[in-house]
Write a protein that binds this ligand. Structure first.
Ligand SMILES: [Zn+2]
Ligand SMILES: [Zn+2]
Ligand SMILES: [Zn+2]
Length: 77
């Protein structure tokens, strides 16, 4: 009856401009295997690369957000 599909635990970044250093897709969160308890490694979600990340916004702060003028990474919609 009960289908036990393991749901992975993810940690969401406060910075919305995080990108994967390998493929440069936006990475809003990452798989945290230490809290998840699964046997997989950590990865960048959704590309699943075990690669570093960096903020596409050089001026982002948790308080004020993006401070770039003009905003070079603002995406419509
Ligand atoms: Zn997991
Ligand atoms: Zn990637
Ligand atoms: Zn910015």
């Amino acid at each position: 009856m009960a289908t036990t599909v393991h749901t992975h635990e993810f940690v969401t970044f406060a910075n919305p401009y995080m990108r994967c250093l390998r493929c440069y897709v936006p990475v809003p969160k990452w798989h945290d295997n230490s809290t998840c308890g699964c046997h997989d490694r950590w990865w960048n979600e959704p590309c699943r690369h075990t690669a570093g990340i960096h903020s596409a916004c050089p001026s982002w702060s948790p308080v004020d957000g993006c401070q770039c003028t003009p905003n070079p990474h603002h995406q419509a919609t």
